[in-house]
Write a protein that binds this ligand. Structure first.
Ligand SMILES: Cc1cc2nc3c(=O)[nH]c(=O)nc-3n(C[C@H](O)[C@H](O)[C@H](O)COP(=O)(O)OP(=O)(O)OC[C@H]3O[C@@H](n4cnc5c(N)ncnc54)[C@H](O)[C@@H]3O)c2cc1C
Length: 377
């Protein structure tokens, strides 16, 4: 006998878990959440390693948000420890405040400077462009040549395996320029990590009498045994449609972990390497994730690469041909009855965790009443 539920949710990452929680709690729907991984949390999952350091499985996941509703929602499932994230860029034998700001300029000229001087210098560095068509044009117009060449060109090449001029402007539009000396990596008012890690947050999100979770469960393997009124798909949209328009391109990463017998390896949790090193960044999670074992630390080097067989799909490629292919799948997704596509893979977008949470909360508001009426509840 097939298992009958109101909603089958494929994927227990932020998108699937938040949707399931809302549909179950706010709309009284019975949800079955399946994930092929042995744990919930998707890419945000973290584990305590042999050193007792909590290390993210898929690269640093620095939660931050300016959305009070997202914050309020997630605070119901975890105690959040404030973390003002710090990033520096290491190149030319020095550490530079990053994202670029007045202190970065001061390091460049080797003395204190005023905002007015910094602005005048920036104007001389900038290459005006009213409508940037690619990441290089955008960066030259906003960050100026010095910061672009020093911090962005090499990093972008390594990250994407392409020249900045072959990528869409949004790639470097993520790098802010600040006129003050604010050393925080991000400006969002809420910057925090859940106590006990994301692993515990997801345990609590999914702990509900109307939610059943099956981990290590592949959708194709279980679908015949489940009768659901609606499917929420947070897996890859091309995979759902059996790659009918070809596979969507992704950039992947290889992580190299190292144990270091020292209290600290580097000054801050994330150091970016825009230079010739084969890695893009070194992350030392102990600075922020807690607990903090004495005398030992773990570092993780990140090596970007094209996605090969068996590699994780990390970053959608921000280039025109990938966008065009994704639009064909997006049209198929709209036409697919009884299925809602959500999350980073279901919509082929790079999305931060707070954005995925906000979109899932909004989606549940739209879907919930209709599905509830259909279920006769
Ligand atoms: C390297 C990296 C670093 C990042 N750092 C940050 C950061 O610092 N801050 C931030 O806010 N965001 C960050 N993000 C983004 C963050 O990872 C996403 O916002 C978040 O993972 C999106 O959740 P999701 O549920 O959409 O996707 P996922 O977390 O990928 O969840 C989808 C789930 O679906 C499951 N699934 C897929 N297909 C199937 C199937 N057929 N059957 C069963 N299960 C299936 C997968 O196993 C997966 O667990 C980062 C992303 C990357 C790639």
């Amino acid at each position: 006998m097939a298992r009958a539920v109101d909603v089958l949710v494929v994927g227990a990452g932020f998108a699937g878990a938040v949707l399931a929680e809302r549909l179950a709690e706010a709309h009284g729907l019975r949800c079955l959440v399946v994930d092929r991984r042995p744990h919930a949390g998707g890419l945000a999952h973290d584990t305590l390693d042999g050193n007792g350091v909590r290390v993210p499985d898929h690269g640093p996941h620095w939660f931050r948000t300016a959305d009070a509703a997202v914050r309020g929602y997630l605070e119901r499932f975890a105690t959040w420890r404030p973390v003002p994230y710090r990033i520096v860029a290491r190149c030319d034998g020095r550490d530079w405040p990053f994202p670029p700001n007045l202190a970065t300029y001061e390091r460049l000229v080797g003395r204190a400077a005023t905002v007015e001087e910094f602005e005048r210098w920036l104007e001389r560095q900038r290459v005006p462009c009213a409508a940037p068509r690619n990441a290089e044009e955008w960066a030259l117009a906003h960050l100026g040549r010095e910061f672009f060449e020093r911090f962005c060109r090499g990093y972008t090449r390594k990250q994407w395996g392409r020249e900045p001029r072959e990528l869409e402007p949004e790639v470097l539009a993520r790098v802010p320029l600040r006129l003050d000396r604010d050393e925080r990596a991000f400006r969002e008012p809420f910057q925090a990590l859940p106590e006990g890690g994301f692993a515990r947050l997801f345990e609590r999100l999914l702990l509900h009498p109307r939610i059943e979770v099956r981990l290590g469960a592949e959708w194709r393997a279980i679908r015949a045994a489940v009768r659901a009124r609606h499917l929420v798909w947070t897996g890859a949209v091309d995979e759902y449609f059996d790659f009918r328009h070809g596979p969507l391109p992704y950039r992947s990463l290889r992580f190299e972990r190292e144990t270091v017998a020292a209290e600290r390896f580097q000054a801050v949790e994330q150091v970016n390497y825009p230079g010739d090193e084969p890695w893009t960044r070194i992350v030392e999670p102990k600075h922020v994730t807690g607990p903090r074992p004495a005398g030992v630390t773990t570092i993780v080097r990140e090596f970007p690469r094209a996605r090969g067989p068996g590699d994780e799909a990390y970053y959608p490629v921000p280039a025109a041909e990938a966008r065009a292919a994704a639009e064909r799948y997006a049209a198929d997704a709209v036409a697919e009855r009884g299925v809602t596509f959500a999350g980073r893979l279901g919509t082929y977008r790079y999305l931060n965790m707070d954005r995925v949470t906000a979109e899932s909360l909004a989606l549940a508001e739209r879907l919930g009443p209709r599905l509830r009426a259909e279920a006769g509840r």
